[in-house]
Design a protein around this ligand. Structure first.
Ligand code: DHB
Ligand code: FE
Length: 288
């Protein structure tokens, strides 16, 4: 079953994007691989419970605070915001653990808004966008190589990103299904050339449970502008990454802690036509 599409009449809201992200996760097939060894569950759940109890005892948490927490956790579920909450505040550590052995490219979190099987095109290509899509034209090009420097012919680059309003297709209303999403096949030299637009900085929804916490704590809700990517080639580890734009005020204080210096783009004026261009080469680790 495919997730319920978000309709035009639904407002862009935390509950709409949260519930879409929750549906997407349920249908992603990610849970098919989970094997829970009893000892591991007991150790991890036990440590999490102990950490929470330690905080209560050390910080002398009151019943009012305990009840506020209970109400908030209930609301995270009602708003469908568990994927958003976990991807913002925890996924970056999981990603670090998963990729620490790599010699090739640094990666970054997937986030809640990936959709598999976006329409495929051979490079050079233009990502699907509305005829009047707002935003600075961006030519994104580069080469995919292995850790020995050999080009990876026919590598696949999946790209998805927010529009100029900071919204993602399939998670905000009124945007065509595959807008600013695509799968791009590199040439015989592993080179790719993709025309798109520069995404805007992204604010995680402020009208749901996560937004409520951010406001109550006096934090901000911003992620810097970013391109999401999955880069793959047979015999190589899948790279999930994000690329960032220099000068964005939130590169240094990303709410999702997902920026890395190695993932910063070098943005130049376009050599042809309007807008800007950037070259970024990916290095994939072999599967061992
Ligand atoms: C979230 C949104 C993103 O676009 C992203 O890249 C990471 C996290 C979120 O809302 O949780
Ligand atoms: Fe994102």
């Amino acid at each position: 079953m495919t997730p319920e599409p978000i309709t035009e009449t639904e407002a862009a809201s935390a509950a709409a994007s949260g519930n879409a992200a929750t549906d997407r996760f349920r249908q992603s097939g990610k849970l098919a691989h989970v094997e829970a060894a009893q000892e591991r569950v007991s150790m991890l759940a036990g440590r999490l419970i102990k950490a929470a109890n330690d905080i209560v005892l050390e910080e002398k948490v009151s019943y009012d605070e305990y009840n506020a927490l209970k109400a908030w956790l209930i609301k995270v579920g009602e708003d469908g915001e568990w994927p958003l909450f976990l991807d913002v505040w925890l996924e970056h550590s999981v990603e670090d653990v998963a990729t620490s052995h790599r010699k090739g490219n640094k990666g970054s979190i997937e986030g809640p808004y990936y959709v598999p099987d976006a329409p495929e095109q051979k490079c050079p290509a233009t990502i699907e966008m509305r005829p009047d899509e707002a935003g600075t034209p961006l030519l994104f090009q580069g080469q995919v190589r292995d850790t020995d420097g050999a080009p990876l012919a026919g590598a696949k680059i999946e790209l998805w990103h927010a529009d100029e309003e900071g919204f993602y297709s399939q998670f905000a209303p009124g945007i065509p299904e595959w807008n600013l999403r695509g799968s791009f096949i590199a040439d015989e030299q592993g080179r790719f050339e993709i025309h798109t637009i520069q995404p805007a900085p992204y604010q995680i929804p402020t009208d749901g449970a996560c937004g409520q916490l951010i406001a109550a704590a006096g934090w901000h809700a911003w992620r810097p502008a970013h391109l999401h990517l999955k880069v793959s080639a047979p015999g190589h580890e899948l790279l999930t990454a994000q690329l960032y734009f220099p000068g964005d005020p939130h590169n240094e204080d990303d709410i999702a802690t997902a920026t890395k210096p190695e993932l910063m783009l070098d943005i130049q004026p376009a050599a042809a036509g309007d807008g800007v261009q950037t070259t970024y080469d990916f290095v994939l680790d072999p599967v061992d």
